[in-house]
Design a binder for this molecule. Structure first.
Ligand code: SF4
Length: 248
């Protein structure tokens, strides 16, 4: 057998395989448990569960414990997260007995960014903000997803204008993977009802008006009438409020 017989499939081969799998899927599962079970049965550890420890992610981690225990759990530590996020990470790691693969940005890229553009470059323009997200989130995500065939996210359709067409299982062209979103049809109230019913830990910033929580300098509390993502990059218009992790 030649050496090449043992090499990993190329990203193109994985993408073709994933698109064929999706085409042949007889029906799309509806419930969160069924979506997770499909990810487990189809891909196991070849499917990555992304968590930033928001309420949706806590629900997913809790459900995955039962319905998809083989998935690879990972998080992106951007280096700018609020202390409350690290607190809930650790609480969940211990409470659910999780192994969380943690990806940090490339040191040289962060050093160059901060040296050349300062500590708040992301406030200068949308391009500068996306450049920071690219270094601290998108590039580490690429590494986290390398060699994977699918990933699971906690996205919901009602979170923002950028997510209204989200499906529970779909092709993620930006990352070249199948994307499972088990909570696509859940409301914010559904998520919180699950957290309360199962007495799960959550980020304490939610008690003081924060809805969606990312990096500390790019997140603030929202007012009651604002949409859930209004506290993220609030100085930008709503259609720009994504970090590049969830491209259409
Ligand atoms: S959310 Fe803000 S601090 Fe975090 S990576 Fe993006 S621009 Fe940088």
């Amino acid at each position: 057998m030649s050496a090449s017989s043992f090499s990993s499939p190329s990203p193109t081969a994985l993408a073709q395989d994933g698109q064929a799998w999706l085409r042949d899927l007889p029906e799309r599962p509806v419930t969160a448990a069924a979506v997770l079970a499909l990810a487990e049965q189809s891909f196991g550890a070849g499917c990555a569960l992304a968590t930033s420890f928001g309420p949706e992610d806590v629900v997913l981690l809790h459900l995955a414990k039962e319905h998809a225990p083989s998935l690879t759990v990972f998080t992106l530590d951007t280096g700018r997260l609020p202390p409350e996020t690290y607190e809930v990470m650790e609480e969940l790691r211990q409470a659910l007995g999780l192994t969380i693969a943690t990806y940090a940005p490339e040191r040289a890229a962060v050093e160059a960014l901060v040296t050349e553009q300062g500590f708040f470059s992301f406030r200068h323009s949308i391009e500068a903000r996306k450049a920071c997200c690219q270094i601290r989130k998108v590039e580490p995500l690429r590494r986290a997803l390398a060699g994977k065939r699918a990933w699971v996210t906690g996205l919901r359709r009602e979170q923002s204008v950028t997510r209204t067409e989200l499906a529970s299982v779909e092709w993620d062209a930006g990352n070249g993977l199948i994307k499972f979103s088990p909570l696509a049809s859940w409301s914010r109230a559904d998520v919180w009802a699950h957290l309360r019913e199962h007495r799960l830990p959550y980020n304490r910033l939610h008690d003081v008006g924060y809805a969606s929580i990312g990096c500390a300098p790019c997140t603030r509390a929202i007012r009651p009438y604002e949409d859930e993502r209004a506290g993220r990059w609030w100085w930008e218009s709503p259609e720009h409020r994504e970090c590049g992790l969830h491209q259409k």
